[in-house]
Design a protein around this ligand. Structure first.
Ligand SMILES: CCC[C@H]1O[C@@H](n2cnc3c(N)ncnc32)[C@H](O)[C@@H]1O
Length: 481
């Protein structure tokens, strides 16, 4: 298919929609006019966009967990606990892995097994199989707004059903839910399929229904440098805005050095203000993901990692923080552990509400570098696309101009190598084909050479390995043993 960054006509959208709704029987229950009326009756306090707007205006950081189980009644019980006990500001519905692969047969089998075993045999909520009515049962049982969180390269049917089902926020994008999640799916395919999702959201918006969209910030969650993460967030946001999306939460996954992470959040806001300047009626917010890498198994140490993430989110004035739990190193958390992660995060955010990180040379330098790097990549993407962002993205991945570290996708160049400098900030040990100036390349090389001098070793791949295991072993920088 030919992809271009141009708003789809209704005719094109409806033509494809017929096929999308046939992918599983529950697709036949989606009636867009009826769904728009249903969404119209969802009051503002249950809409994610209203909650984000209020938080952005009052400068507070909202808390949101991840959570999802197989059966509707158990999923409601779980979310009610996270709402009432965990005080989550925004509730998730994390979708199961079968559904993420459009494998609705196995999701169906998982529902049946869960009923037999009386426990969740899926690692999330199979929203497509439960259908519009099943989603509405969840939405109507809760007081807080709900967002769909998943990792689905082809999320078209999932979006149709969950939005008709009353969810008011949908995570993901054609890069962030492809490259870190799939091996064989082309960029053209997922850019195209996510234009469908965003055109659907645009249709709801054209009917007065505000639906928030949140590109998946952390990507592979493994030492992803801020400028790589920001490039993907901006690109996915711009492609979404072209299709009529009006509410965007741009995300970033914690790296661990406070100054770099606060600089990442501040530069993300500033870059977004620049890149979305032509879209007059867009609401932009930010989400910070608590540490997405390996966690310590020990509960107390895990709480420290969670609290460090909450601290950074608050000091970086993120609109929302995605919380972790002390079961991160073990598997799907219990509802109690999930609620504890929320409560620890809320405590820190409340205590830091009236504080901010004073501006300083290091912070300003970090912001300057992140913005320069991101702009150099973005300029090159647009050049490759001869002004068309969608075409530019496809060519950029082929050329390694956009390159995500440790991604499984065979469409990703995988040439860049990140490692921490002596203060734990993530630097480019190898910048691959990223189109950086000499100034940028030398800045990163020097930072890593300084660490090497301090550790008495060459800046090398061994540092990368040591840094990947460090947090799980109680450190941030992977020092030589
Ligand atoms: C980006 C996704 C990775 C994160 O997503 C969490 N995650 C995945 N599935 C569930 C679930 N069903 N309930 C609670 N958390 C969940 C993992 O722990 C990890 O942190």
């Amino acid at each position: 298919m030919k992809i271009e960054n141009k708003k789809w006509s209704l005719e094109k959208f409806n033509q494809i929609r017929e096929e999308v709704l046939k992918q599983w029987p529950t697709g036949q229950d989606v009636d867009l006019e009826e769904a728009i009326e249903y969404q119209k009756n969802i009051e503002p306090k249950k809409r994610v966009t209203a909650k984000l707007k209020e938080a952005k205006e009052s400068g507070i950081t909202l808390i949101q967990p991840r959570a999802g189980v197989a059966l509707i009644d158990k999923h409601i019980e779980l979310l009610r606990f996270l709402q009432d006990e965990g005080k989550a500001d925004i509730l998730p519905t994390t979708i199961d892995s079968y559904t993420r692969q459009n494998n609705y047969e196995d999701a169906e089998a998982g529902i049946k097994e869960s009923r037999e075993e009386k426990r969740s045999m899926l690692n999330g909520f199979p929203a497509v199989n439960h259908g519009v009515q099943g989603c509405r049962e969840v939405v109507e049982a809760l007081a807080s707004p709900l967002q769909v969180r998943h990792g689905t390269p082809d999320a078209r049917l999932l979006a149709e059903i969950t939005l008709a089902g009353g969810f008011t926020d949908f995570e993901g994008g054609g890069i962030s839910y492809n490259i870190p999640y799939a091996k064989e799916v082309s960029i053209e395919r997922t850019i195209y399929d996510w234009q469908y999702v965003d055109r659907l959201v645009g249709l709801y918006e054209e009917n007065g229904i505000s639906i928030n969209r949140e590109p998946f910030g952390p990507l592979t969650g493994t030492l992803v440098p801020p400028s790589v993460s920001h490039t993907v967030a901006l690109v996915e946001g711009l492609l979404a805005a072209e299709q009529g999306v009006k509410n965007l939460t741009l995300g970033y996954g914690q790296c661990g050095n406070l100054v770099q992470d606060v600089a990442a959040l501040e530069s993300l806001r500033e870059l977004a203000a620049e890149y979305f300047a032509d879209f007059k009626d867009i609401m932009l917010t930010t989400v910070f993901h608590q540490w997405m890498g390996g966690f310590p198994q020990d509960e107390a140490q895990a709480f420290a990692v969670i609290s460090w993430g909450a601290s950074t989110a608050a000091l970086g004035n993120a609109t929302k923080v995605i919380t972790k739990t002390t079961h991160e190193a073990l598997g799907i958390p219990t509802k109690e552990a999930n609620a504890e992660g929320l409560k620890a995060s809320k405590q820190v955010i409340n205590m830091l509400r009236d504080q901010s990180l004073a501006s300083n040379d290091k912070l300003e330098k970090e912001k300057e570098m992140i913005k320069k790097e991101t702009k150099q990549i973005m300029d090159h993407v647009l050049e490759l696309g001869k002004g068309d962002l969608a075409q530019g993205v496809v060519k950029a991945f082929k050329a390694g101009v956009i390159d995500i570290p440790f991604a499984p996708s065979r469409f990703n160049a995988g040439k860049i190598l990140p490692a921490r400098d002596n203060e734990g900030a993530v630097r480019y040990l190898d910048h691959g084909n990223l189109p950086f100036t000499e100034e940028i390349v030398k800045f990163h090389q020097k930072k890593l050479e300084d660490r090497g001098k301090d550790e008495g070793r060459e800046a090398s791949f061994q540092m990368v390995i040591d840094d990947i295991y460090a947090v799980g072993q109680g450190e941030l920088v992977g020092r030589p043993k």
